[in-house]
Every structure is written in structure tokens, then in C-alpha cells.
Write a protein that binds this ligand. Structure first.
Ligand SMILES: NC(=O)c1ccc[n+]([C@@H]2O[C@H](COP(=O)([O-])OP(=O)(O)OC[C@H]3O[C@@H](n4cnc5c(N)ncnc54)[C@H](O)[C@@H]3O)[C@@H](O)[C@H]2O)c1
Length: 292
């Protein structure tokens, strides 16, 4: 399918960023929100690019597109309500994709009139910088529907992967939480400090994995050696099914990291903008180095 007309539902962090990216790549973009003031704010922030986007509070205008990207809040009720409203309005060939962070695509597909044209499309924050997008098939998603989203993603410079089964956390978050589980276990066991744990990843495994994936790394390390190491490593690493104690305790105390200044580290409010800018500048350099 050749997609030119894209409708985006929800003009928050993710939806407004997607509108910008697709408009910059010359797609015909319609941005929908149920409240006009929120659309007005996005319009203002986009400058002259806003002239190339249709802003609407009318579901019928949103429905008149070839691809609809749902970016509503992470609530099953809100998303199901939206699918129930939009399903009768869209043409049979329209694809509807959800940017849910982790809800089951099978569960969300239940209110779609044509679940074979429904698919998960998970972006990574910050969306204008991070190349990875996950395309998650529900049990009914047609192969050509997933492939269409894949092809569209390439045209905007993203690195798409197809997640063939609707599993919790899709692919990336499963890896992320497997690492977080082991990282916090090492800190809790007094193996390394919080700072050194972050250094292990930032200056060791993170650099390696930015250049080669974990599986390619096995090939480069040699399968004979890696299989021997796995014999004693697998029984040693954390396999807990609980929320890590350190995370649970800090969260219960109200810590919310950079959002409220308290987390595993402290963030004085006056330093937050500079630290975010530094993080983004580093991301840009790493991504540029990968020539993605
Ligand atoms: N922010 C992230 O880091 C991130 C990353 C990946 C995926 N996601 C997912 O993307 C989706 C959107 O997240 P976000 O961070 O952009 O959220 P957000 O809260 O910034 O934006 C949600 C938008 O939906 C609108 N909205 C609220 N209720 C509505 C309703 N009933 N009908 C229509 N519009 C409504 C809001 O006005 C807002 O513009 C969520 O499913 C989220 O889990 C977020």
C-alpha cells in the first residue's frame, strides 16, 4: 500500500512530535484532538510547518486518511472508546495503529471493526531522536499491513522492527527490564554503587551494544567461549519476578526522578533543563555516529 495521507489522534508529547516528523517528510498530515486549545498550542509551536497540517476536532476528518496513528493517553477505556467511534467512519482499507507503551495489542484490537488492519506501532521517547520503532502484530494483523507500516517508517528515517507476537513489553522493554533487574540486584547486593552500575553500562555494554546487538556480539566473542560462560552465568544472574526492592522503596517515598528532582540521584530544578539538553545532545551524537 502506498500511504500519503496520515491522521494522528492525540496532540500530546508523542502525537505532536509525529505530526511534525511526517509533515517534514511531505506526508499530508491531519492532527486530531478532542480539545481545540491543545491543538492551538501545538499549531503555535510548529511555526510555518503548521501550514502543512490540518488541525481538527472532527473525528470524520481524521477518519478520512489512509493511516491513523492513535496517540491517546495510556488508558484502555479511552483507547477502546476511540476505536469504537472511529471504526464505523474509516474506509475498509484504512490502517489503524496504536502507540501504546505496553498494553496488549490483541486486547486493544477487540473494539476494532477490522482487527486485521490494526497494528501496534511503538515509538521511543524522544521520538524526534530515537530511530527504533516497533511494529507489533496482533493475532489478526495481516502481514501486508505490518509491512506497510515498516515501509512508511523507512521513509521517515526510522529503524523499524516487526514484533511477530503480542508479548508484554514487546521487544525493547523486555530487554530494558531484564537489564534493570540485574542492575538493581547488583546495587542491592553491594556489588557496585549506583554510579558505578551506570558507568558499567554507559562505558561498557552500552557502547558495545550501540555498535553490535547482543546476538552479533556472541558471534564476535566466539560461540564456544560464550556457551561455556553461559554455563556459570545463567544460574548466577537475578531471576526475580518481583518489582526490585530499591525501586519499590523510592517510588513509595514519592521519588519521581527528573520529574520532581528525587530519584537514585538528586536533580536541583535549576539544573534540569541543562541536563535534559546534555542527554539529547549525546543521543544526537551517538545516532549521527551510527549513520542511521
Ligand atoms: N511519552 C512517552 O514517553 C511515550 C513513549 C512511547 C509511547 N507512548 C504512548 O503514546 C501514547 C500517547 O502518549 P503521550 O505521552 O503523547 O500522552 P499525552 O498525555 O502527552 O497526550 C495525549 C493526548 O491525548 C489527548 N486526549 C486525552 N483524552 C482524550 C480523549 N478522550 N479523546 C481524544 N484525545 C484525548 C490529550 O489532549 C493529549 O493531547 C500513550 O499510549 C503512551 O503510552 C508514550
Amino acid at each position: 500500500m502506498n500511504i500519503r495521507r496520515i491522521g494522528i489522534a492525540g496532540s500530546g508529547i508523542m502525537g505532536s512530535s509525529m505530526a511534525r516528523i511526517f509533515a517534514e517528510h511531505d506526508y499530508d498530515v491531519t492532527l486530531y484532538n478532542h480539545q481545540q486549545p491543545r491543538l492551538d498550542r501545538v499549531k503555535e509551536s510548529l511555526g510555518s510547518l503548521a501550514e502543512r497540517i490540518v488541525f481538527t476536532t472532527d473525528l470524520a476528518v481524521l477518519a478520512d486518511n489512509e493511516l491513523i496513528l492513535e496517540n491517546l493517553p495510556e488508558s484502555a477505556d479511552i483507547k477502546h472508546g476511540f476505536y469504537a467511534d472511529i471504526s464505523p467512519l474509516v474506509r475498509d482499507e484504512t490502517i489503524v495503529a496504536t502507540n501504546t507503551s505496553g498494553m496488549s495489542i490483541n486486547m486493544l484490537s477487540e473494539t476494532m471493526r477490522l482487527p486485521e488492519r490494526f497494528v501496534g506501532y511503538h515509538w521511543v521517547n524522544p521520538p524526534h531522536l530515537m530511530p527504533l520503532v516497533e511494529i507489533i502484530k496482533c493475532k489478526d494483523t495481516r502481514d501486508d499491513v505490518a509491512q506497510t507500516i515498516y515501509d512508511v517508517s523507512l521513509t521517515i528515517g526510522k529503524k523499524p522492527v516487526i514484533v511477530k507476537k503480542d508479548v508484554a513489553g514487546f521487544s525493547m522493554n523486555r530487554i530494558q527490564f531484564a537489564v534493570i533487574r540485574e542492575a538493581l540486584a547488583q546495587v542491592a547486593d553491594g556489588v557496585v554503587s549506583v554510579e558505578d552500575m551506570d558507568n558499567v553500562v554507559k562505558y561498557g555494554i552500552g557502547i558495545r551494544w550501540a555498535c553490535q546487538g547482543p546476538i552479533e556480539s556472541i558471534d564476535f566473542g566466539g560461540l564456544q567461549t560464550q556457551a561455556k560462560i553461559a554455563e556459570y552465568m545463567m544460574p548466577a544472574i537475578c531471576d526475580s519476578h518481583e518489582v526490585p526492592e530499591l525501586l519499590k522503596k523510592l517510588a513509595a517515598e514519592g521519588a519521581n526522578g527528573i520529574q520532581n528532582g528525587h530519584g537514585f540521584y538528586e536533580y536541583p530544578p535549576e539544573e534540569v533543563p541543562a541536563r535534559l539538553a546534555k542527554r539529547n545532545a549525546m543521543l544526537e551524537k551517538v545516532i549521527a555516529a551510527k549513520d542511521v
